[in-house]
Design a protein. Sequence first.
Length: 114
Amino acid sequence: QVQLVESGGGLVQPGGSLRLSCEASGFTFRTYAMSWHRQGPGKERELVAGISSAGLSTNYADSVKGRFTISRDNAKNTVYLQMNSLKPEDTAVYYCHGGPLAYWGQGTQVTVSS
């Protein structure tokens, strides 16, 4: 059974940091590109960052470049999203995405507010 389980969300003040994790199971994680997406209140889901299967190539939405970093540990079947200099507009549910049938995790809430 394929599972993508996100963790690490929460409430943080503007300028703060969070690290999201997504642990995958049920497929050969190391052979698939993975990505993080988010959906803010009243907005459509959007791509935040992607990473190739070996972790050698990454891409980012313009809105997060220089602040967010995507990485992965194929030995742990886990993909990460380090989020720094968080802004209120980063508030959203963050989803992990990938695998042979383009699976979605259940999402983790990130709220940036003072």
